[in-house]
Design a binder for this molecule. Structure first.
Ligand SMILES: Cc1cc2nc3c(=O)[nH]c(=O)nc-3n(C[C@H](O)[C@H](O)[C@H](O)COP(=O)(O)OP(=O)(O)OC[C@H]3O[C@@H](n4cnc5c(N)ncnc54)[C@H](O)[C@@H]3O)c2cc1C
Length: 398
């Protein structure tokens, strides 16, 4: 195990240096540069590379630092993949003095008690299979359920040309995405009357990678997930689309062929299929204090996830708030606002609160988190109904 050998105890430790962890750590450091922030990350190289759609609203309440705002600006208005975001954040974090060590933490409480007993705040930013959530928060969910089962058909076609149909589609999508800066030519979503939608992810060397998603029943999902006659369709073990596969799940394959026929795509590679599910979950608690008076927090996928391209966006929103609450709690004399009227209002608010309310600012995150997650979950439920009923184009909900 690689451990921090410096003599100073870190003020804040992050377990997991994915995009949300880095984002939160950076803003904590920018707010109070004196804080020693240490992150533990199990992988030397970030593992995710899917393209992302960054919403303008995710940058609400971010720290007003010129370099940081420049970094945010660089994420907007172009195709961006998870590992590009990760890399930019990692470079920035290292530059401002956040320490990152590569280590797999499998027992957070005993690790912290052994090596960093005096740390004030530990943040679990370790993704959807969070060990912090499991061991510290007891894996208790306010809810955790499946919204839909989907089959992802992956293949390549010759590059999508910008013909008049494409341009029309692009214009239509842009109309629905006025506040969401993304490159529609690189990433397009669509749904048709067969409840399917498409994600065009890369356009490289005259070849475009396509993922066509089709909803399927639980029975079909179970056949593909658990294997049938030696045929599975999992992320680790994708199925090849062939006659045997069609015989196994004919209905979802019919939806797929229908879609491809309408698109008039000429497929240039073998088609692979993975079965997956769109889940919604929310942790019951995202803040707690342990027996040593140390705060534990959950952010990002460790705390909450919704499908339909909102999970990272929500993680970033939450991260900006968490950073402020951490600094307010452990460094109460730091002024967390740059804007003078906000500073004055904040001073009055904090003095009043300190006099009359005993709870720690960090617990305000729980309240805010409950509001955000309920709002996003309701939105995801409604989107599912719309996608299913196909009354409205899926793209209009982006
Ligand atoms: C195919 C796909 C498409 C998506 N598209 C979108 C989209 O368009 N818009 C959107 O908002 N969201 C999208 N998402 C969701 C988004 O990718 C996630 O919400 C986001 O990556 C979560 O970031 P995170 O930092 O919370 O967690 P992660 O990215 O999972 O990072 C967690 C980090 O913690 C590390 N870690 C885990 N356990 C330990 C441990 N025990 N010790 C040390 N380190 C540990 C991991 O190695 C990892 O680096 C998509 C997800 C998928 C799978």
């Amino acid at each position: 195990m690689e451990c921090n050998t410096s003599l100073t105890t870190p003020d804040v430790i992050f377990i997991g240096a994915g995009p949300v962890g880095l984002w939160t750590a950076i803003q904590t450091k920018l707010l109070e540069p004196k804080l020693h922030i240490l992150m533990f990350e199990k992988h030397p190289q970030y593992q995710r590379s899917h393209p992302l759609k960054m919403s303008m609203t995710s940058f609400w309440n971010t720290i007003n630092d010129t370099e940081f705002q420049r970094l945010i600006y660089s994420m907007l208005g172009k195709k961006i993949s998870t590992n590009d975001i990760e890399q930019s954040l990692l470079t920035f974090a290292t530059k401002i003095g956040i320490q990152i060590l590569h280590s797999h933490i499998d027992n957070p409480m005993s690790f912290i008690n052994t090596y960093y007993p005096k740390v004030k705040v530990v943040v679990g930013s370790d993704g959807s299979h969070s060990i912090v959530r499991k061991t510290i928060f007891g894996d208790k969910f306010a809810y955790n359920y499946n919204l839909k089962y989907i089959a992802d058909f992956r293949y390549t076609i010759n590059s999508v040309t910008d013909d008049s149909k494409q341009r029309k589609k692009k214009k239509k999508l842009q109309k629905h995405n006025d506040d969401d800066c993304n490159d529609e030519h690189d990433r397009q979503y669509d749904n048709d009357y067969d409840k399917e939608y498409e994600c065009v992810t890369k356009n490289k060397d005259n070849v475009t990678e396509i993922t066509t998603r089709c909803f399927m029943s639980e029975i079909e999902y179970n056949k593909l997930k658990h294997g049938n006659n030696g045929m599975k369709a999992t992320f680790k073990d994708p199925a090849t689309y062939n006659e045997q596969f069609v015989n196994l799940v004919p209905e979802v394959c019919a939806k797929f062929t229908n879609k491809v026929t309408k698109q008039k795509h000429t497929i240039t590679s073998p088609i692979t299929v993975t079965a997956t599910h769109l889940d919604v979950y929310k942790c019951e608690k995202v803040v707690m204090t342990d027996a040593n008076g140390r705060y534990w927090l959950l952010v990002g996928d460790a705390a909450f996830a919704v499908p339909y391209f909102r999970a990272l966006n929500d993680g970033l929103l939450a991260g900006s708030l968490v950073a402020r609450k951490i600094v307010e709690t452990i460094s109460p004399y730091t002024n967390i606002y740059n804007f003078l009227p906000m500073r004055l209002a904040n001073n009055i608010y904090r003095t009043t609160k300190a006099l009359f309310i005993s709870s720690d600012p960090i617990y305000e995150y729980q309240y805010w988190f409950d509001l955000l997650s309920h709002y996003e979950t309701s939105k995801a439920n409604v989107k599912t109904l719309f996608v299913e009923s196909s009354i409205v184009e899926y793209s209009s909900f982006k």
